[in-house]
Design a protein around this ligand. Structure first.
Ligand SMILES: [Zn+2]
Length: 69
């Protein structure tokens, strides 16, 4: 892959600002328009899909309860 081809690949796959997951620090693979935030108020995030599911599971669970593994 040449440098110009690599830049084009980045532009396609990471449009706009590259967004990192607040929880695990991995790229979310999303941009601002379709960011994933947990909580109704969007207080947690942006998140990758995996952490988003985890955060939602914690929000839905009764306080003090452990999620089944
Ligand atoms: Zn994550």
């Amino acid at each position: 892959m040449t440098q110009s081809e690599h830049e084009a690949w980045n532009a396609r796959n990471f449009p706009g600002t590259r967004q990192l997951c607040e929880q695990c620090g991995e790229p979310t693979g999303r941009c601002e328009d379709d960011s994933l935030y947990a909580n109704d108020d969007g207080e947690i995030g942006p998140l990758c899909e995996e952490c988003w599911h985890t955060a939602n599971a914690q929000v839905d669970a009764p306080s003090g309860a452990r999620s089944a593994e």
